[in-house]
Design a protein around this ligand. Structure first.
Ligand code: PRP
Ligand code: ZN
Length: 299
């Protein structure tokens, strides 16, 4: 296959999104071998190659048409979008899909023992961040003038070094804040992983693979929580039992040989099935209840 027909996908080299991103592609059927330099993966059964880069570089790589797709956090996407706009450059990347991992938030954090009474507390203060554009927009929206101190990392130590009064940084578990004697005062952006793509037209082969990958990712995301449930139900209580099945559309109802008062119910539940659900079903007269994992799903 020639080079121009292979999709290039940018993933975070090491960090919050790395394992989940690679895992997602594997669940979409990708088999890969890793290059010697560890910076690339070659798809063996799909015309798709992965480039491992810093997450902050992913929108730029898509912008420059070096990569066709990228998996990156909304925090980075939004910051880059605002940065491009500030420079009068049209962002050439489109967010095409949200992924249900990499959840975190961009928050204002304050040293322990210092009060925060809302955005007004930031007036005239110095705030350290690696997200100057998102923070700048937040300050403008609240009509607050403050000094934004842009750093490239280690934002959490800025207050201790006397470089800032507050910080604006990503928080997921919150342990970085605790370790640095800071507390989370206000969230300014909720984030999770997303896929971006180039809006530049790609070859038909590539377009076709982007489309297929999108459908497979949808399937993977749906399957995660989905279960296949089978049970026997008294005909008389079918309506009640159907109501108890979480997230199902149309269950299959099959007659049971030799038992006119009972049917078999088979359904895909698009939500987690908990013990409580099964106990409820049993109490409603269901028996022989089986819950099976769903491995693949294509809508
Ligand atoms: C963020 C942030 C903190 C940490 C917070 O960095 O800058 O260091 O995560 O996570 P916690 O609440 O679970 O402790 P990130 O890993 O995104 O690194 P990067 O900004 O260099 O990509
Ligand atoms: Zn980063």
């Amino acid at each position: 296959m020639d080079k121009t027909t292979r999709l290039k996908v940018a993933l975070q080299k090491s960090g919050r999104l790395t394992d989940n991103s690679l895992d997602l592609l594997v669940r979409c059927g990708l088999k890969y071998s890793r290059g010697k330099d560890q910076l690339m993966c070659y798809g063996e059964n799909m015309p798709l190659d992965i480039l491992f880069v810093r997450d902050d570089d992913i929108p730029d790589l898509v912008q420059q048409d070096v990569c066709d797709l990228g998996i990156v956090g909304l925090n980075v996407i939004e910051e880059k979008r605002l940065a491009f706009e500030a420079r009068g450059v049209t962002p050439l990347f489109e967010q095409i899909m949200l992924l249900d991992f990499g959840k975190c938030r961009l928050s204002i954090a304050v040293p322990d023992g210092v009060r925060y009474d809302g955005p007004q507390s930031l007036r005239g203060k110095r705030i350290a961040t690696t997200y100057p554009h998102i923070l700048g927009r937040f300050l403008r929206q609240h009509d607050v003038e403050a000094e934004v101190v842009t750093l490239s990392g280690a934002v959490e130590i800025a207050p201790r070094l006397g470089r800032a009064d507050f910080i604006c940084d990503l928080v997921s578990t919150g342990s970085t804040l605790v370790a640095n004697h800071l507390w989370e005062a206000q969230t300014i952006l909720e984030s999770q992983a997303a896929i971006i793509r180039t809006p530049v037209p790609v070859s038909t082969e590539k377009q076709d693979w982007i489309h297929r990958l999108g459908l497979r990712i949808d399937g993977v995301q749906q399957v995660k929580e989905s279960k296949y449930i089978m049970l026997h139900a008294p005909r008389a209580r079918l309506a009640e039992i159907r109501k108890l099945l979480p997230g199902t559309e149309a269950p299959t109802i099959v007659p049971l040989e030799g038992a006119n008062d009972k049917v078999a119910v088979h359904a895909v539940c698009r939500e987690n099935v908990f013990w409580e659900t099964l106990e409820g079903l049993k109490a409603a007269g269901a028996s022989s209840i089986l819950v099976l994992p769903v491995e693949k799903m294509l809508a």
